[in-house]
Design a protein around this ligand. Structure first.
Ligand code: PLP
Length: 408
């Protein structure tokens, strides 16, 4: 039996379908983020990162790094076990209090990632509600899809952000218990869901709501609690889920909700119970980041300013960006090979790192470069980005938007 062949065949299939992924080896430089070193085939080289989900550069913030180092020195490197056995650190309890306060909820529960929060959070919640029907947006993240799947409950998928379709499905579910799961910002198209209108429907049809704010926490709302805070509807959402790994710059995930919900998930969720807790140093760093962004709007303001400059520069250059109201700037390529080639040329010829986004992360034919400007990008870097994209687009023969149209 040649077991190796199974794996080689599987990888070959991806290569044939042009879906095989390669990762650039990047070394960040905290003092100069978004500058970094790329360890490429020709050796180390300075580059600028334009695709980080450390959206606000908080992973390089002095307070966050100091909290991590000081706590590691005091409490050690690891958690020492699951929360049930010996991993319930002071730092993680403080972090949960910080998160509950951020979202104005009675409690919060921390997991090892945003992925696990969704996967184990959604499945546990739905399993604890007898006869529950789950209504899920068709563009929900894989972690939510897996959560819905593992719940083993009936599911109904509503068309993306389509309130009429959601209402139709809510009505059809009659008086059974219902859980609506959706995101605030969809990370690939950068569009925003109508949270308030979804809450209206949920209230009208007696449904519970679960909102993923992974691409919004830290960045939207006066204290960085997300789009629900910005829109003044945070109290109307039953469960808010977030990550500590993107705008908060560390790692981990959480849900925030009523005490009874948190206590039940804590008691029943396998993805919480059976895994080693976040180390205290990580929890302390995340808490420092959350605390900082509750009190400082400077990073958010500067991020929004730089996002606007990038969108403007791309528009003036006639580059085909997907228009968004958020910090996510997708530039459409529409072909897997061209997308990879554009990314490679940006890195090797211009020292600009933007990972290509291909199927299955996005549908075939909508391959793109996903740009995430942050507060640490300066104006010269914005200009260099636009010039580099124009050069790559021209050399690859990719279509520009007609200048007149671009200027509209
Ligand atoms: N939810 C959404 C919408 C995401 O895009 C992601 C990751 O990109 C996650 C959850 C998972 O979060 P984490 O990276 O913290 O595991």
């Amino acid at each position: 039996m040649n077991y190796t062949q199974y794996f080689e065949n599987a990888v070959d299939a991806l290569k044939r379908e042009r879906r095989y992924r390669t990762f650039a080896e990047i070394e960040r430089d905290t003092a100069h983020f978004p500058r970094a070193t790329w360890h490429g085939p020709q050796g180390p080289r300075d580059i600028v990162i334009w695709c980080s989900n450390d959206y606000l550069g908080m992973g390089c913030h002095d307070d966050v790094i100091e909290a991590m180092c000081a706590t590691a020195r005091e409490a050690g490197a690891g958690a020492g076990g699951t929360r049930n056995i010996s991993g319930n650190s002071h730092a993680i309890v403080e972090l949960e209090a910080e998160l509950a306060d951020l979202h104005g909820k009675e409690g919060a529960l921390v997991f090892t990632s945003g992925y696990i929060s969704n996967e184990t959070g959604i499945s546990t919640l739905a399993r604890l509600i007898p006869d529950c029907v789950i209504l899920s947006d068709e563009l929900n993240h894989n972690s939510m899809i897996e959560g819905v799947r593992h719940a083993g409950r009936e599911k109904q998928i509503f068309r993306h952000n389509d309130l009429a379709h959601l209402e139709e499905l809510l009505r059809a579910a009659g008086d059974r218990p219902k859980l609506v799961v959706f995101e605030s910002i969809y990370s690939m198209d950068g569009d925003v869901s109508p949270i308030s209108a979804i809450c209206d429907l949920a209230e009208r049809y007696g449904a519970m709501t679960y909102l993923d704010e992974v691409h919004a926490v830290g960045m939207y709302g006066p204290r960085g609690a997300g789009v629900a805070e910005r829109d003044g509807v945070m109290q109307r959402v039953d469960v808010i889920e977030g990550t500590l790994g993107k705008a908060f710059g560390v790692v981990g995930g959480y849900i925030a909700a009523k005490r009874a919900v948190i206590d039940a998930v804590r008691s029943y969720a396998p993805g919480f119970i059976f895994t080693t807790a976040l180390p205290p140093a990580v929890a302390a760093a995340a808490a420092a980041s959350v605390r900082h962004l509750k009190n400082s709007g400077a990073e958010r303001a500067r991020q929004q300013a730089q996002v606007a400059k990038v969108k403007d520069a791309l528009e003036r250059a006639g580059l085909p960006q997907l228009v968004t109201d958020t910090h996510i700037v997708p530039v459409m390529v529409g072909d897997a090979e061209a997308c990879k080639a554009a990314s490679d040329m940006l890195l090797s010829d211009h020292g600009i790192y933007i990972q290509p986004i291909n199927y299955p992360t996005v549908p075939r034919g909508t391959e793109r470069l996903r740009i995430t400007p942050g507060p640490c990008h300066d104006d010269a870097q914005v200009a260099a980005l636009a010039a580099a994209l124009v050069d790559v687009w021209s050399r690859l023969g990719l279509p520009f938007i007609a200048r007149a149209q671009a200027a509209e």
